[in-house]
Design a protein around this ligand. Structure first.
Ligand SMILES: *[C@@H]1O[C@H](CO)[C@@H](O)[C@H](O)[C@H]1NC(C)=O
Ligand SMILES: [Zn+2]
Ligand SMILES: [Zn+2]
Length: 416
């Protein structure tokens, strides 16, 4: 009898335990998001969208068809959105409509270059190409939207979907912030496809992951004349040569050798690019000084434009420590311990930095390298997206949002 009683107790206890466990697991987990993202229903749909976008690339602030496609897919999913935000931008909302709010970001623009890859879905627009994978970024965020919308009743707050224009000219994020895209938003996550990281792995770090970046354009004027009578001319070519050489000293002589900076004169008929993790605005100032003063020494005049063709400069992209910790844990849950790679900072620039300056943000790279093919680096006319990476991106987006909202709610309860 006594044994039976004990057994009964044990059974009831187990039953309770099972009930408890199953009610927990009805909440969506990262692994389920990955399964779902790999299912034909989500995967094939993302691939179709990505290829459509790839065929019709649009430059910064001209993403009208891209934006239209995004909005029609959101409509079909039943996701509410704000439009336009920054000309072509779209901001979608999934969940309770109440705090906490967490944002996921995808950029939408292409580059002014000719695609050199011959394939079925090659760019149909001469001189324009998705050579940075932003077509894939949009597809991944829509994939996340589809899955989150399916599980909207599990969300403990609101996921904000940010489809951003004009990343390549560093202008879109800033404009979206000005137009209220981050209203109520506590944290933001961004993902970039990466050809140097293995498929299914993701890389990031706490702190500065990308450099502050900007451009410059200088016009040096002299006085023309015959090459055989140099005394009657003021040669701007000599002045420009001095400028090019002197600019090298900003990195080699004025920068701590343990800091990274880049000053590149990329065209002698034009200008160049600036990169730095620290002291970016001082660097801009010195570039201006060196150009104008070297011109003066050589009896020429110079003007320097730090935002040529409307291209802005951006601060370094700095990942928030706590978000990084949360991200790393989520990736380990989703993909396993070995799938998180500690990233090295890159001299590349990203206007995600503007979001991450306004609120805590986290930017990561998603691998697409595999053994069978080689993938050209971004901004190459041979750039290709490995579409097998799309489900990982969608699952990482969705899982991160769900986890952030859960942790945020737990955090606020703890504080009460
Ligand atoms: C430089 O600018 C000054 C003032 O505008 C002008 O007098 C001079 O001719 C210019 N020099 C050249 C080489 O263009
Ligand atoms: Zn790019
Ligand atoms: Zn990019």
């Amino acid at each position: 009898m006594a044994i039976n009683k004990f057994l009964l107790f044990a059974l009831t206890f187990q039953l309770l335990l099972i009930l408890h466990v199953s009610s927990e697991s009805s909440l969506i987990t990262p692994k389920k998001f990955l399964e779902l993202a790999k299912s034909p229903e989500v995967f094939d749909w993302m691939v179709r969208i990505r290829r459509k976008l790839h065929e019709n690339p649009e430059l910064g602030f001209e993403e009208f068809e891209t934006s239209k496609l995004i909005r029609s897919e959101l409509d079909l999913l039943g996701v509410k959105f704000r439009y336009p935000v920054a000309v072509t931008g779209v901001v979608g909302y999934i969940g309770t409509g109440e705090a906490p709010f967490v944002a996921l970001r995808a950029d939408m623009d292409a580059l002014p270059m000719q695609e050199a890859v011959e394939w079925e879905h090659k760019s149909k627009v001469p001189g324009k190409m998705h050579a940075c994978g932003h077509d894939g970024h949009v597809a991944m965020l829509l994939g996340a939207a589809k899955m989150l919308q399916e599980h909207r009743h599990d969300l403990q707050g609101t996921v904000v979907l940010i489809f951003q224009p004009a990343e390549e000219v560093f202008a879109g994020a800033k404009k979206m912030i000005e137009e209220g895209a981050l209203k109520h938003v506590e944290a933001i996550f961004g993902i970039h496809l990466a050809n140097w990281i293995p498929l299914g792995k993701t890389a990031s770090l706490a702190g500065s992951i990308l450099a502050g970046s900007g451009f410059f354009e200088a016009v040096i004027t002299g006085k023309g004349g015959h090459a055989a009578i140099p005394q009657h001319t003021i040669d701007p070519v000599i002045a420009a040569s001095s400028v090019v050489l002197s600019l090298q000293h900003l990195v080699s002589r004025e920068t701590d050798p343990l800091d990274s900076k880049v000053v590149t004169v990329s065209k002698v008929h034009g200008g160049g690019t600036l990169r730095a993790f620290k002291g970016f605005s001082q660097l801009q100032q010195r570039v201006k000084e060196v150009i104008t003063m070297q011109a003066t020494v050589n009896r020429c005049n110079a003007s320097v434009n730090l935002t040529p063709e409307g291209k802005e400069s951006v601060p370094p992209t700095v990942n928030d420590m706590n978000l990084h910790k949360q991200f790393k844990n989520m990736v380990k849950d989703l993909l396993g311990e070995e799938s998180f790679v500690e990233a090295s900072p890159l001299m590349g620039g990203e206007d995600f930095s503007n979001f991450a300056e306004a609120i805590p943000g986290h930017f990561s790279f998603l691998g697409m390298q595999d053994d069978t093919k080689s993938y050209a680096s971004f901004h190459s006319s041979l750039y290709r997206v490995n579409e097998d990476a799309l489900p990982y991106g969608a699952a990482i987006h969705a899982s991160m949002a769900v986890q952030y909202l859960r942790d945020s709610n737990k955090g606020s309860r703890d504080e009460l």
